[in-house]
Structure formats: structure tokens, C-alpha cells
Design a binder for this molecule. Sequence first.
Ligand code: ADP
Ligand code: MG
Length: 271
Amino acid sequence: MNDKTHTPTEPPLLEVRNLRKTFGGRGKTPGAIVAVNDISFTLEEGECLAVVGESGSGKSTLARTLLRLVDADSGAVLYRGDDILRFSHADMQRQRRYLQMVFQDPYASLHPRRTVAEIISEPWQIHAGVVEKSARKARIDALLAEVNLPQHFSSYYPNQLSGGQRQRVAIARALALEPKILILDEPVSALDVSVQAQVIKVLMSLQERRGLAYIFISHDLPLVRLVANKVAVMNKGAFVEAGPTASVFENPRHEYTKSLLASSPMAAEQH
Ligand code: ADP
Ligand code: MG
């Protein structure tokens, strides 16, 4: 009954162990580029883990490896205790609904000849059981409302939308399968500064309402400070430092973190 001490502890929502991904290299130089080098972390429901680091440090490859958009060389990605890297193709297809990704460029990620309604409902073609056909129109409207877009946008095509509106459609599509984890790869970097805040506001309220977990990839340190409870600093494929956002920002231990912070706009604000 009320006996918490005897409840077996549930495995973390996501636990990544010693993940590694190399590119290229044949013959004498196997794995010439170590894009993801021995990365481990955990993510719980409702958390936002930011992954920061310069361009080329391996952030996008990490994201893609977690979703099996590229194959890891080794390591494990445990979703509620099950290693999804070992899943069959069919099992992975089913599992994907719980882990969704939002890409940086909303111009490239939405099909130009599909309406917003078609784009949002596309995941239901594969995962037919998630929303009954008769309920789909109402669900599209509800998803649009969740990302602060009016219902009549459902008949629009992407070229009728601004960058910020497109990215909100991409977020609505990512939510269509009721995921537990959203991987956001530089979700506002391609947007005008003036609309970045709208998209961030949508993401923050979604997280609160749905208890979503985010892996938030960004090089915008002031933004990371605002949205993330944990941060991992990535350099040359490895997490060189990770911890609660406030302590990493206020008391950075690694030289690379210090130099990242020193070159961020925040450094100017603080002094
Ligand atoms: P970030 O997202 O932090 O900018 P990436 O993950 O895109 O970094 O890239 C990390 C490294 O892996 C870079 O050196 C990049 O050139 C390399 N890389 C990424 N994708 C590929 C690929 N498909 N083939 C070969 N090298 C790649
Ligand atoms: Mg990237």
C-alpha cells in the first residue's frame, strides 16, 4: 500500500551507457572521426538536459545515434531499461513513438506539398492505433492549439508559414505520437531572434503540461541556462563536464567549459 521502500525502483526513462560512434576510416585508419566518444548519461521524466558545445563537437550525431538514425558502434541506449540499440527493426519502429526529434531547419524538415494537417497526421499512418481515424481532426486542432497556432492553419502549406510557425508545426508533428522524450537539435537557431522566444515559450509550457523530457541541443548558453535543469558540455565527441545547470555555469571545472562561458554573451552581462 503506502510502502514506498518496498517498491522496486523503476529504471530511468533513458539511460545511455558508453555510447560510441565513429565515421569513415578504412584500412589503416579505422574510425577516423570519433563523433561520439564514450558518452553516458541518464534522463528522467520532466527533465531538460542541454547538450552544449561548438559546431562539430558531435551533438547532432549523438542525437541521431540515440534514435538509430545512424548506427552506434557500441554502447547501450536503455529506454525504461530496454536497450533500443538491440531492438529489431519492427520493435524499433514501435519504440520510436516515444522518442521524437525536432530538427534545426524547419524549412527542410516539412514536406512542401503537404498541408499542415497532413504533416501532423503523417505519423498516424505508421502508428495507426494511436489516434482513431474519427478523432484525428479534433486531435490536429488540439495539437495546433498546444503550439499556439490557430485551427485554420491546418489547410496551409509550409510556404505560407513563417519560420517560427513552421517550427511549431514540426513540434506538433513530434507530439502526434504522444512521445515521452523530445530531442531538440538547435530548435531555434535557424529562427529570427524575435520569434525564438515564442517557440521556447511553447516548448517550456509543453514540458510542464505533459511532463516531457527534453534533450536540448544548443550553443546558446543564456538560453540553456533558462530552460535546462542539467547540462552536458561536449567537446570532440565526449562529455567533458556534466551536472546541474546552475553549478556548471557558476562553477565550471573544465577548461573547455570555462572558455565556452567566457565567449558567450552571458559573460558580458555578468561583469
Ligand atoms: P555538431 O552537431 O556538434 O555540430 P556533428 O555531430 O554534426 O557535430 O559532427 C561531429 C563530427 O562528425 C564532425 O567532425 C562531422 O564532420 C562528423 N560527421 C557527422 N556526420 C557525418 C557523416 N555522416 N559522415 C562523416 N562524418 C560525419
Ligand atoms: Mg549539429
